[in-house]
Write a protein that binds this ligand. Structure first.
Ligand code: ADP
Length: 669
């Protein structure tokens, strides 16, 4: 039966594994089918998106391809569009503003000069302007090269300005402008312009703000009219500085002068912005394609703008680089609006990436999402990809993940339950095997226990029947044998009957308030002679004033069982002690022997029915393994406890604890 159950459990486990496997498979299949469906939907929407973006891209490409028409006068310049064209050396050829130099002019300085110049500059940096100024002046006297002289003149002005000598500084700068109009700083900046700018700042500081403002305007105009030899970068940089000066000098002022200045500033600013953008585009193209040519139509993200560019053919300039810059935000907004207007994209986020995987634009936040479908529509710039994420896909993934976790948890629980039941089954089987072994032992022990006293009685009786008993003393001996063996048989039968009654819950107890001491004394008295005959002494210490509600008969039986065990398992020792004492809560009857003792791990089992410690000593002693189990039944019925304290080869003390407040059924530990 048990075997069948175990097999059934194994089948159940296998069935659970198979079921969950097929469950996973079907769920996965379902998920894949749904994912396929979502992908299909997304692709259909993707077509519309790619058409919208494709149209915008076509527009841009058309703009760029139209640059030669503007350059050659067939089309008008359209100021709404930011278009650029560069020749192969990256000179701006469109829009038609004049351009400044492309490179900075770094002057050649002799090592000898630098050897003398650098320590002085260090002194200046450290703050010793006075000595620095004097040293620059001395070095100026011995230097021949005009460029080196110009640099010295400039740093002389600078150190004097820092020292606070405004007059000295002004004259040093003026000297530089008049003597060296075409000189450059070690890092290639036009010293003439910087000196002009410094003079304006000094004038502003020393109260000559009128002069400063008009000087700033005329310097700005000079720069606009290409009177200064500056690079593109310098023009942008100095224009900004001069705007600031002009703005600070004209704030709060009214009149024609101010209007004139503002007008000038606006035009320069517009030009400057365009210039700035042209520099940015030029640098990007130059960095990406130093040889000056690019293949096909390309897209690149430039800060907040999107740069489109391609190589085009112009009849006058030959192959040129054409570019268009579109404001990123505006383009993104336009595109998103157009896409959303189709009504298809409530669930879809789309974004475009270029060859370098930069996100060119996006219709929504794209962190932590992956594309459901990606494609590179035909006609789009090389490597440009349209990515579409369908939020339904994420929901599908989330819900399938949840389902998966649920499935795993359920299979886990099922597995656990089946395992638990298998273990329980196994345990029960083991227990049953043990029990049946115990029962077999019990039957053979009981038969043996009955046969032994019976044969003694039979032999004694035969002696009487055959008239072989000669005198009274011999007759008494045989009577005593018979008496003792009958007593043993009686105790055995009582135990067996008692056990079967207790086990079936049929045993009846008659509780009465009794003197516990008397019961113990009488029980000990009933066996004392027999014990003494076998050489045992029973030492008693009994409190005669303990009254408790007990069933007298069963207490006697418990005491006799314990005394019998003390005798049986005493080994060589012949001393048994019986002690009855009390606390407030309970009475304790302790029966102590100095016998063979019990190993710690067995002290719990000895109270189980039919259990006997398996060793040589127990094998030699008579017993069926019921005595202690009956004692335990009795004590349970009394609401009490039986305890054992034992040490192998030293002896044992069995204690019966009777509650004194029995009416309350108060249990104690
Ligand atoms: P039985 O004495 O008939 O075997 P019991 O239920 O009275 O059965 O005792 C169970 C087992 O407990 C005994 O077989 C014995 O191994 C052990 N035992 C009981 N009392 C003692 C004792 N006083 N000293 C040592 N072992 C004991």
């Amino acid at each position: 039966m048990r075997k069948k159950l175990i097999i059934l459990n194994i089948i159940l486990i296998l069935a659970a594994i198979c079921l969950s496997y097929f469950g996973f498979k079907t769920a996965n299949l379902q998920k894949m089918e749904m994912a396929e469906e979502i992908k299909k939907q997304t692709l259909t929407s993707g077509k519309t998106v790619s058409e919208i973006i494709g149209t915008a891209l076509d527009d841009v490409e058309k703009d760029i391809s139209g640059i030669p028409d503007i350059l050659n006068g067939r089309e008008k310049f359209n100021s709404d569009k930011i278009l650029f064209a560069f020749d192969s050396k990256f000179n701006v050829i469109y829009p038609g503003f004049r351009t400044y130099r492309n490179e900075l002019k770094i002057p050649g300085l002799s090592p000898d000069f630098l050897g003398k110049f650098n320590p002085i500059e260090e002194m200046e940096i450290k703050g010793d302007f006075e000595t620095a100024a004097a040293s620059y002046e001395n070095l100026l006297k011995e230097t021949e090269s005009p460029n080196e002289k110009a640099i010295l003149q400039f740093v002389l002005g600078r150190s004097l300005r820092k020292k606070g000598d405004i007059k000295g500084a002004l004259s040093a700068y003026r000297e530089l402008i008049s003597q060296f109009p075409d000189s450059f700083s070690p890092d290639g900046l036009n010293l003439n312009i910087i000196s002009h700018y410094e003079i304006i700042r000094l004038q502003e500081k020393s109260g000559g703000s009128k002069d400063a403002a008009s000087d700033a305007v005329s310097l700005l105009q000079d720069m606009q009219n290409f009177k200064a030899d500056i690079s593109e970068e310098e023009s942008v940089y100095f224009s900004k500085l001069l705007f600031d000066v002009i703005a600070s000098l004209t704030t709060g002022k009214e009149g024609e002068k101010k209007n004139e200045l503002e007008k000038l500033r606006d035009t320069v600013q517009k030009k400057n912005e365009l210039r700035e953008k042209s520099i940015l585009v030029k640098n990007t193209l130059r960095e990406k394609y130093p040889e000056g040519r690019q293949n096909g139509f390309c897209i690149k993200k430039l800060d907040n703008d999107i740069l489109f560019f391609k190589t085009i053919e112009d009849e006058k300039y030959g192959k040129i680089s054409g570019a268009e810059l579109r404001l990123g935000n505006t383009m993104e907004r336009d595109m998103t609006e157009k896409i959303q207007a189709t009504g298809l994209f409530i669930d879809i986020v789309c974004w475009v990436t270029n060859k370098e995987n930069e996100v060119i634009f996006q219709t929504d936040k794209i962190e932590s999402i992956s594309p459901t479908v990606s494609s590179s529509p035909p006609g789009w710039p090389d490597g440009t990809t349209l990515n579409l994420h369908n939020t339904k896909m994420k929901n599908l993934e989330d819900s399938s993940r949840k389902r998966m976790i649920m499935n795993i948890a359920m299979v886990g629980i099922l597995f656990f339950i089946i395992m638990l039941s298998s273990i329980l089954n196994l345990k029960m089987t083991m227990k049953e095997i043990e029990l049946s072994k115990m029962k077999t032992n019990f039957i053979s022990s009981v038969s043996h226990e009955i046969r032994l006293p019976l044969s003694t009685i039979k032999t004694a009786n035969e002696m009487f029947v055959s008239g072989k008993v000669k005198d009274d003393s011999q007759a008494r001996k045989y009577y005593e044998y018979i008496d003792s063996e009958v007593g043993r048989l009686e105790q055995l039968i009582n135990n067996v009957l008692d056990f079967s009654r207790s086990d079936a819950g049929r045993k009846k107890y008659h509780f009465k308030e009794e003197n516990l001491g008397n019961i113990v004394n009488e029980s000990v008295g009933s066996v004392q002679a027999l014990f003494e005959k076998e050489g045992f002494s029973i030492g008693k210490n009994i409190d005669g004033n303990i009254r408790a509600r007990v069933d007298e008969k069963s207490v006697r039986q418990a005491v006799l069982n314990l005394l019998d065990n003390a005798k049986k398992y005493s080994g060589e020792s012949r001393i048994i002690k019986v002690n009855l004492s009390r606390t407030d809560e309970y009475a304790s009857l302790d029966i102590t022997d100095n016998g063979i003792g019990i190993e710690k791990d067995k002290t719990d089992k000895i109270f189980d029915a039919f259990y006997r410690v398996e060793d040589e000593m127990t094998r030699k002693t008579k017993g069926v393994g019921l005595g202690l189990s009956i004692v335990k039944h009795i004590m349970d019925a009394h609401g009490g406890k039986v305890r054992v304290v034992s040490e192998k080869d030293k002896g044992s003390t069995f204690s019966l604890l009777f509650p004194l407040d029995f009416n309350n059924k108060k249990t104690f530990i």
